[in-house]
Design a protein around this ligand. Structure first.
Ligand code: IVH
Length: 666
């Protein structure tokens, strides 16, 4: 490969990684690999200035700009930090600073928090704006979302803060919140967040700030900017800021020798694992602002600071085999089976390979020595192949399977999606068993006495081929089977019987329609009073239900278009399962607003905004955030915003007052 080709290949690859990371929040390589590739590109570009390109990924920092937010230009550009994994380079940095300043200096050592960076502007002690880093020049205005984060003061305490200033920091999702969120996503069969950083940045970009609030984000602030800061010391300024109500890391430490810096690095390399939030390194900053100004900036980063990044915990082991798991929705996941290896305190035997693209990117061969990492992620992942250990007799290349490992159906891949599916929903054993297991689970039909092993046995014996078959079982069928006595048989029959009382919304969830989790099931049960209404709804009607978009609506249509699923519904109906809303529910719900998209705007006197939202939902309508040609009407209180009013008039959308709206519902 010529240098030019190499440069182009690296640029293309880094552009793709940037997109995966910043736009999709789904990175496919480790930070270290990314940094190494970037460095390789920078070196090559330096050697070959003739191939300069203003759009090279090396000349800009990644962009997290999202078209749904207003973009704001940063008053001071948001630069990144030079970073390194080598202690030697930290010593070089220290030496460079010493030589340039040619006087005594102190550095402030701090943890490098691994979240999403944010810039907050305060005027007269009030938070007026919160902007993401974006491309460093301009970012997204996410003020509404940031205001939901409790550790960020909306109004400052004490006095002594400048009239106007900016403070920068990191928005974080604590480990516990992240793990719970992923458990929830797993239950809904949604893609998981790879790490708390992606979860935090993904959350900041949500359009619904109520959901943001529920995600319990946290924030540490670490950089004060402004014309009239109280002190010359960075450390001292942050202590002042703590007094104004900001959350400042309690672990800042001023050091005046490189030995102290290394002590700090070594101490936190292990201690950081006990912290409730993710960190990925240490930042070392020259403390005096005057000295900082003396040192100045390069085009991309300050000369007065550097980041030392910790190595992710990593091990090298043999790849024995790649197997494939088929989930209840037919999604096929490749799994690497490894020679057991100790990693961060646990023995790792398997690692997810996620999907065909990621697997292909790794260029795996059976028998390769592979690197397994457990960085910010909970599931270990394979990050590369030890190319030094590759011999002439390399094993067979791993290629994604074309047929389902269980039922041999030809796999399909939906355009634009990374996942392969087995389309044989009705006859593929793990899909059938998975659906029954989902059906009986606690949050669905909650059938006690049954578990995955029993389901497996019943299925193998031909006693049940779908969830509805459970209602045909008799105690005689079960008695005498392996590990089944009279008592167990009775329990199962009773459990099945009791599930006939489970309310409609949970039955919808139990059906196992792809993308229909508990919340969506609830919304559907509110919008449709019987399963027949739901089965009869067309795409538009479904899309008019709150929280239901094209993807979910299509999945529902597809589910009910399948003969097999309709038969199951019939069987469930005959068995006496709740396929309509209960009487008590029915009294609360109507269809008066079915199919209507309603915008709520302004200030209300008779009920709160939340109460109106609930009324809309209970009457089958959909509350939407912004006015479009699809809006049915606007429930308008006092002081409706002028831009909304103008838009409504332009599109000819009628507005209803509180009184008119209540009359409509009477
Ligand atoms: S100082 C001029 N301090 O690391 C640079 N950054 O590439 C000012 N970060 O974008 C940044 N912890 O998102 C600073 N204690 C800390 C930090 C920190 C995390 C992030 C920040 C920045 C990136 C550096």
């Amino acid at each position: 490969m010529t240098a030019k080709e190499k440069i182009e290949a690296l640029r293309e690859e880094l552009h793709r990684h940037n997109y995966n990371y910043y736009v999709l929040s789904q990175p496919t390589v480790s930070d270290k690999e990314f940094d190494e590739k970037m460095r390789e590109l920078q070196d090559l570009e330096e050697q070959h200035p003739e191939y300069y390109d203003e759009n090279s990924p090396s000349v800009r920092v990644g962009s997290d700009i999202n078209k749904n937010f207003i973009q704001v230009t940063h008053k001071y550009p948001m630069l990144s930090l030079a970073n390194t994994y080598s202690e030697e380079e930290i010593a070089d940095f220290y030496e460079r600073v010493r030589k340039t300043l040619n006087e005594e200096f102190e550095v402030c050592c701090e943890l490098k928090y691994d979240g999403s960076s944010i810039s907050l502007t305060y005027e007269k002690g009030i938070l007026v704006r919160a902007v993401t880093r974006g491309d460093g020049e301009k970012g997204d205005d996410v003020t509404t979302n940031v205001k939901t984060i409790r550790s960020i003061p909306l109004k400052l305490h004490g006095k002594g803060y400048p009239d106007a200033f900016e403070i920068r920091g990191e928005i974080l999702m604590p480990w516990l919140v992240f793990e719970e969120l992923n458990r929830e996503k797993e239950r809904r069969e949604e893609p998981l967040f790879a790490n708390p950083r992606n979860a935090a940045s993904g959350t900041l970009k949500l359009q619904n700030s109520a959901v943001v609030a529920s995600r319990k984000l946290d924030a540490y602030l670490y950089y004060l900017l402004g014309d009239k800061l109280p002190c010359d010391g960075h450390y001292e300024n942050l202590q002042e800021a703590a007094g104004w109500g900001f959350k400042i890391s309690p672990y800042l430490k001023k050091c005046s020798s490189i030995e102290e810096v290394f002590d700090y690095i070594h101490y936190w390399d292990t201690e950081r694992k006990k912290l409730p939030v993710a960190t990925d390194g240490i930042v070392i900053k020259v403390n005096s602002l005057r000295q900082q100004r003396n040192l100045g900036f390069t085009a991309k980063s300050p000369r007065w600071a550097i980041a030392y990044k910790f190595q992710a915990e990593k091990a090298c082991t043999r790849l024995n085999e790649v197997t494939y798991q088929v989930g209840r929705t037919g999604a096929v996941t490749p799994v690497a089976n490894l020679e057991p290896v100790l990693l961060a305190g646990t023995v790792v035997k398997r690692a997810s390979l996620h999907n065909a693209d990621i697997m292909e990117g790794l260029d795996l061969h059976i028998g390769d020595m592979v690197y397994v990492e457990k960085g910010g992620e909970i599931i270990p992942k394979i990050t590369g192949v030890d190319t030094n250990a590759i011999s002439m007799l390399r094993g067979e290349k791993v290629r994604f399977i074309e047929r389902c490992p269980e039922c041999k159906a030809r796999l399909i891949r939906i355009e634009g999606e990374a996942v392969h599916y087995c389309p044989n929903e009705a006859h593929c054993p793990p899909q059938i068993k998975g659906k029954i297991e989902h059906f009986i689970s606690r949050r669905a039909m909650n059938i006690e006495g049954l578990g995955p092993e029993t389901v497996d046995m019943f299925y193998k014996l031909g006693l049940v081929c779908n969830s509805a078959d459970l209602y045909r079982l008799t105690a005689d069928d079960i008695r005498g089977l392996e590990r089944m006595g009279d008592k167990s048989a009775e329990n199962i029959i009773q459990g099945v019987e009791k599930s006939k009382e489970v309310p409609f919304e949970r039955v919808i969830f139990a059906l196992g329609i792809r993308f229909v989790g508990e919340t969506v099931a609830k919304k559907l049960a509110r919008a449709f009073s019987t399963i027949d209404e739901l089965m009869g709804a067309d795409l538009e009607t479904l899309k008019n239900v709150d929280e239901i978009g094209e993807k979910i609506a299509e999945s529902i249509l597809k589910f009910f278009s399948q003969e097999n699923n309709r038969r199951i519904v019939d069987q469930l109906r005959n068995a006496g399962v709740q396929l309509q809303r209960s009487k008590e529910d029915a009294e609360q719900y109507t269809n008066k607003l079915a199919g209507q998209s309603i915008v709520i705007s302004g200030v209300f006197n008779l009920h709160s905004r939340d109460e109106y939202k609930e009324m809309i939902e209970k009457n089958g309508g959909k509350n939407v955030g912004s006015i479009s040609s699809k809006t049915s009407f606007i429930l308008a209180g006092e002081n409706m915003g002028p831009s909304k009013l103008e838009k409504a008039q332009k599109l000819g959308i009628r507005t209803l007052s509180e009184e008119e709206f209540l009359q409509l519902l009477e």
